[in-house]
Design a protein around this ligand. Structure first.
Ligand code: ASP
Length: 302
């Protein structure tokens, strides 16, 4: 399965600038919109096999605003706990009338498998270390609102890049949109390979004066990252964004984070809650952006 309007959105890899900008334009048109009947009669099923706050709730809100019905599978309360397989769960939810799946899972190919088994479009809401495409699009939308354009912006992605599906989505789409990326972190957190040909650095302080965006990532303990580098004060001293580092940025530069934040590790309160932070704008844009992706996948009129 690949990506395309009839296939949902599993990956941003290979998507052209027109398609990406089309989604951002559509998302922008949904900002502040009220409940509509655009997708009345459609059923969107959210199936989250890993924890989530922002992503699950904003998909739920987005589907409701489009007039769709939402079925939420909570694996911890479902027959998954009785040993039902992922495949049988997807087949069951398909038989119940799901038109579109939104899937989060620890398996990197879970969204492709769900699409294959169900024959329905699937939106990847974060699978394994692979990609988190709607987060990437949210961040592109937020930056376009802030700067009025994306072309020529410089972004440093800082932290546990190796385990981050968010970073992987950014690497697939931001260069296409004209954003220049630098990956910054201790060597165990940097990717083993760099097929994207982007700049890589272990020294955050050397990068700060050159970038428009500092994009911070959480250390992914659930993927074993803290065995390589503990999320502690020595990490915070070298890579944590604090008030002193904020003062090294260009005057218009901004700070972003996909959440959840580990305050005091990769980001201090003064930064997270400060004027340069776009973190709550990212959260707010989650609803209109996910409306655009759902509507496109289900062929809504927009
Ligand atoms: N919420 C993002 C994800 O699901 C980032 C994170 O968990 O650190 O990948």
């Amino acid at each position: 399965m690949s990506t395309g309007p009839q296939h949902g959105l599993v990956s941003l890899r290979g998507l052209g600038r027109d398609r990406l900008e089309g989604l951002l334009d559509r998302a922008q048109s949904y900002v502040g919109s009220l409940v509509s009947s655009e997708l009345a009669g459609a059923t969107v099923t959210t199936a989250f096999f890993e924890a989530s706050t922002r992503t699950r709730l904003s998909f739920d809100r987005a589907a409701h605003r489009l007039g769709a019905h939402v079925m939420d599978l909570s694996p911890d309360l479902s027959s998954t706990t009785k040993g039902e397989s992922f495949k049988d769960t997807i087949l069951t939810l398909t038989a119940m009338g799901t038109d579109l799946f939104v899937v989060r899972h620890w398996l990197a190919d879970a969204a492709d498998l769900a699409a294959e088994w169900s024959g329905r479009p699937v939106i990847n809401a974060g699978v394994g270390r692979r990609e988190h495409p709607t987060q990437t699009l949210i961040d592109a939308m937020t930056l376009r609102q802030e700067f009025g354009h994306l072309d020529g912006l410089r972004m440093a992605i800082v932290g546990d890049i190796r385990n981050s599906r968010v970073a992987r989505g950014h690497l697939e789409a931001f260069p296409t949109l004209g954003v220049k990326l630098t990956l910054v972190g201790p060597t165990p957190f940097l990717p083993n390979h760099n097929p994207w040909g982007v700049r890589v650095s272990t020294e955050l302080d050397d990068e700060l004066g050159d970038v428009d965006v500092v994009y911070l990532l959480r250390i992914q303990n659930e993927r074993g990252a803290s065995q390589a580098i503990p999320a502690d004060q020595s990490y915070a001293r070298r890579y944590g964004m604090n008030a002193e580092r904020l003062s090294m940025l260009k005057p218009a530069a901004v700070v972003m984070h996909p959440g959840p934040m580990n305050r005091g590790v990769e980001i201090d309160d003064a930064v997270a809650d400060g004027e340069r932070s776009l973190i709550l704008d990212q959260v707010a844009n989650g609803v209109p952006l996910r409306m655009a992706v759902i509507a496109e996948a289900l062929g809504g009129t927009g």
